[in-house]
Unconditional design. Structure first.
Length: 159
């Protein structure tokens, strides 16, 4: 286990775990939305040796119209099964269903990148319990990327 955002020796650690002549399959599923692509993709590229393969998933907005594509994704979050699953986190902390409201929305990233974030936010009707300490809590915020953003040139450090 490591903090991918700060680990500088991950390539060396992985190299110690396998023989130099073997082809490796490196997987990175469900993680891209948790990082800025321009920060994590070079780190991933540094892990991959010439004969290795990297499989990763990304939350991409479908279609040629980025804003419309992100809006199409909202129902995948804002539905009974996802609401029930996300509320489990708060229920485990002692929050009751009636303590607030779970809302889903699509918003612009505050960094001015033009990217959008979709997800759920629980807003408390009264002050939040001390264990949470906030009036609202984002319980599922996922950055959405246009396909061209991830497919643009993220070259290997050695190329």
């Amino acid at each position: 286990m490591c903090d991918l955002a700060t680990a500088d020796d991950l390539a060396a650690v992985l190299d110690q775990q396998s023989n130099a002549g073997l082809t490796r399959l490196i997987t990175f599923f469900g993680m891209i939305p948790n990082f800025e692509p321009q920060l994590i993709l070079p780190k991933l590229a540094a892990l991959v040796r010439p004969d290795d393969h990297l499989l990763f998933s990304a939350n991409l907005a479908p279609g040629p119209d980025y804003a419309a594509g992100v809006q199409r994704i909202l129902p995948l979050y804002d539905n009974f099964l996802t609401r029930d699953w996300l509320m489990t986190f708060l229920l485990d902390l002692g929050v009751e269903q009636g303590d607030g409201e779970l809302r889903f929305s699509i918003e612009d990233e505050p960094d001015g990148s033009g990217l959008k974030t979709g997800g759920g936010e629980f807003s408390f009707r009264s002050p939040a319990p001390d264990s949470i300490g906030r009036r609202t809590i984002c319980i599922s915020c996922r950055r959405k990327h246009p396909p061209v953003f991830l497919l643009s040139s993220h070259a290997r450090p050695d190329s």
